[in-house]
Design a protein around this ligand. Structure first.
Ligand code: ZN
Length: 225
């Protein structure tokens, strides 16, 4: 799953306006950012297998540190605690916002579950593995990914307030570019190396978070993050 995670972030922004879209973009993709690091460090393993599934040539051989259900829960708890304890003056509704951060991080596993072939472990690599395998069909993959992004964007655009104004043009433009880039990459050639996957995953996901934070920067004088 890729753009669907951003749909989730856009929707959660409406559930908790206090959270910046930049924070939410990092949260929903936190385990993929970590995965970029673990494959570069050799702690987790992925292989490039053109044709492994219709939608991706990546065969996830070993990734319980970032993509087991147990790990998703631990990453969610850690991110939530980090967010909650981060120094800030604006502590109103802080506990609720920290819960939404946890939800955003944990949502990654459940959205991945829809598209991955059964390679997502419950805990260790030897535990039961799950995945509904939507990646075996490009039309189904695109339909679900685009629908999730579209629903999230619609919810995001419908919300907004004086304190948290919506930059409609930028938000729609961002979603359109993201969707086009995702479709082009999926239909394009496989990545050249695992190293390239790791570096580009980290760089791209952090860049998207920076763009999200920028799009979300309203004219509010209240501190938001
Ligand atoms: Zn993932």
């Amino acid at each position: 799953m890729f753009i669907g995670h951003y749909g989730m972030a856009l929707a959660l922004k409406r559930a908790e306006p206090k959270l910046s879209l930049g924070t939410l973009f990092i949260a929903v993709q936190l385990v993929d950012i970590a995965w970029g690091a673990t494959i570069l460090l050799g702690l987790e393993r992925v292989q490039i297998h053109p044709g492994w599934t219709a939608a991706t040539p990546l065969q996830f051989v070993y990734y319980p540190i970032t993509h087991s259900l147990l790990a998703a829960g631990l990453w969610a708890a850690a991110a939530s605690i980090a967010w909650y304890t981060w120094p800030t003056k604006d502590t109103s509704g802080h506990g609720r916002a920290a819960l939404i951060v946890a939800l955003a991080v944990a949502s990654h596993w459940f959205l991945d579950l829809v598209v991955h072939v059964p390679d997502l472990p419950l805990a260790g690599n030897d535990s039961a593995k799950f995945g509904f395998g939507l990646w075996n069909s490009i039309p189904l993959t695109f339909t679900v990914e685009l629908a999730l992004l579209g629903i999230g964007l619609a919810l995001y655009l419908r919300g907004g307030s004086r304190n948290h104004p919506v930059r409609r043009g930028w938000a729609v433009g961002f979603a359109a570019v993201l969707a086009a880039a995702y479709i082009a990459t999926t239909l394009g050639p496989p990545p050249p190396s695992v190293r390239a996957i790791g570096i580009s995953a980290i760089a791209m996901l952090l860049t998207l978070a920076a763009v999200g934070g920028w799009i979300d920067r309203g004219r509010s004088t209240r501190a938001t993050r």
